[in-house]
Design a protein around this ligand. Structure first.
Ligand SMILES: Nc1ncnc2c1ncn2[C@@H]1O[C@H](COP(=O)(O)OP(=O)(O)OP(=O)(O)O)[C@@H](O)[C@H]1O
Ligand SMILES: [Mg+2]
Length: 479
């Protein structure tokens, strides 16, 4: 900048899209107000003034400003006391403090109270104007950023994904953040945790949403078939290749390829896949020229890929290619607070699909859902709710309509899993023991009541208790 630049020369107006930036001056000295007004008006700002704090706050209640010039030594409330009141009204609004008594303490206090800047009287016009411009620019950028974030939130569509737990909220945030990019995403999680649902959300919230989303199950096919499916082949590439075929990489061009169960892929296929991931180029099987595609890769696995790498079953370089952004979907048992909302979501959906009125769960059934371990995660819950809706005749789904592993009526649960060679006698004994324990519990461990309900003599029950090694819990009746 040339030294001679006249400070008050006409400059391009300081505007926000054609509307002049608004400055509020709060100062009790009229001479100061007027000279600031002259300076700023000539610069193209829209200037308003208040002679004390109360009036300044009243104006802030009425209108939005882009910056406040605030005198430190005001009658009544001084500038430092006023600052938090200003920010109550407009949290990010830049405030430049002006004072004649610029001691170090004042500066520190003002900055602590949230002042953006500190200018001493008599001020240097150029410096003051530069400070104002910088403050407004920062303010505008922050505002824009906030608005963008708000707009993004609205645009992201997770309407079919239920989850209020912190873990799921973090997943949604990550999905919103990475969806618009072309970054490869690896989704890890147990079976039924919603990996495919999240993969679809990544696609649906990306600029590729109107292009294909192509899921490929990498585990369900032998590697020759998988490779010909992924990369396509030319006629005669192998005996059964009677016509040339496009690969899914081409079918997904411009869109998203969802590589599901990636952990089960053979090492040969892994090295071919690595090549495509590196430069998005590949050759048809039996082909001679390279095909270039623009495909976003989302991969999913329910196995621990790091472990597979350690065991030499998964290429380390491929793992790092895939592991650019990782989403770890927590198992349902680790986010039980999501269970009620998920259950309601599925009950509503299945009622609609079957043209039935919406059902609710009995408190006992809900408790059973909350207590269950959900090895099959959300899919298991979804199936349980579908079954409940279809089987129920009334509006309430009781515990009796839940699958046996939930209603606790599977008396062999665990036995056959741990002792698959159990004899029929062992199995029957196991069942008898659990049935008697249930009954005793139901009767508050009163053997007489239990025998009566079983319609057997008390002595028979006692023999069974002894033979089956059932420990009688002593509980008072009113316990
Ligand atoms: N958060 C959720 N909100 C609503 N529905 C969900 C949610 N998570 C999963 N689901 C539903 O549960 C079922 C299983 O989800 P999905 O197929 O995405 O799981 P997955 O992790 O891919 O399972 P797998 O490893 O067995 O392939 C789907 O019907 C899906 O719509
Ligand atoms: Mg899946």
């Amino acid at each position: 900048m040339s030294e001679a630049a006249p400070v008050l020369a006409a400059k391009p107006p300081q505007t926000n899209g054609g509307v002049a930036h608004r400055v509020l001056i709060i100062d009790d000295e009229s001479a100061i107000r007027e000279s600031l007004e002259t300076l700023l008006s000539l610069e193209g700002y829209h200037v308003e003034m208040a002679s004390d704090g109360a009036r300044g706050l009243a104006m802030l209640d009425q209108a939005n400003y882009d910056v406040v010039l605030l005198d430190l030594a005001l009658p009544g409330q001084n500038g430092i006391e006023l600052l938090p009141r200003i920010h109550e009204r407009q949290p990010q609004l830049p405030v430049i403090m002006i004072t004649a008594y610029g001691t170090v303490n004042n500066v520190v206090d003002a900055i602590r109270a949230g002042a953006q800047n500190f200018v001493q009287k008599p001020w240097d016009n150029e410096k003051l104007l530069a400070d104002i411009r910088a403050s407004i620019a920062r303010f505008r950028a922050e505002e824009e950023n906030l608005q963008l974030k708000r707009a993004l939130k609205q645009r992201y569509n997770f309407s079919n994904i239920v989850g209020k737990s912190d873990a799921m909220r973090r997943i949604f945030d990550l999905v919103a953040q990475v969806a618009p990019s072309r970054s490869t995403v690896l989704i890890q999680g147990e079976s039924g945790t919603g990996k495919e649902l999240i993969a679809k959300a990544l696609h649906a919230n990306s600029p590729r949403k109107d292009r294909p989303f192509i899921p490929v199950n990498m585990g369900a096919q032998p590697s020759e078939l998988l490779e010909s499916n992924l990369f396509g082949h030319v006629k005669g590439a192998f005996t059964s290749a009677i016509a040339s075929k496009k690969g899914l990489f081409e079918v997904a061009n411009g869109g998203t390829l969802f590589l599901d169960e990636i952990g089960t892929m053979g090492l040969d296929t892994q090295s071919k896949l690595l090549r495509v991931l590196q430069d998005r180029k590949f050759m048809h099987l039996g082909g001679t020229h390279e095909v270039q595609v623009d495909v976003r890769i989302v991969a999913a696995t329910n196995t621990d890929l790091r472990q597979a790498v350690r065991e030499g079953k998964f290429r380390e370089d491929l793992f790092y290619r895939l592991n650019v952004v990782t989403l770890e979907l927590p198992p349902l048992r680790a986010r039980r607070e999501d269970i009620p909302a998920l259950a309601t979501h599925f009950l509503k959906r299945f009622a609609e699909e079957n043209d039935l009125p919406t059902r609710v769960l009995s408190p006992e059934a809900m408790r059973a859902l909350m207590d269950h371990d959900w090895p099959g995660n959300v899919r298991e819950l979804e199936n349980a709710m579908e079954r409940g809706v279809v089987l129920s005749s009334g509006s309430v789904i009781g515990i009796d309509l839940l699958p046996s592993q939930l209603s606790g009526r599977d008396y062999t649960a665990g036995l056959l899993e741990h002792n698959p060679d159990s004899s029929l006698f062992d199995i029957l004994e196991h069942i008898e023991r659990r049935i008697i324990m249930d009954k005793l519990e139901h009767c508050h461990w009163n053997q007489t009541d239990a025998a009566e309900q079983f319609r057997i003599p008390l002595s028979t029950l006692n023999q069974k208790i002894k033979r089956l090694n059932i420990e009688i819990k002593k509980r008072s009746k009113d316990a």
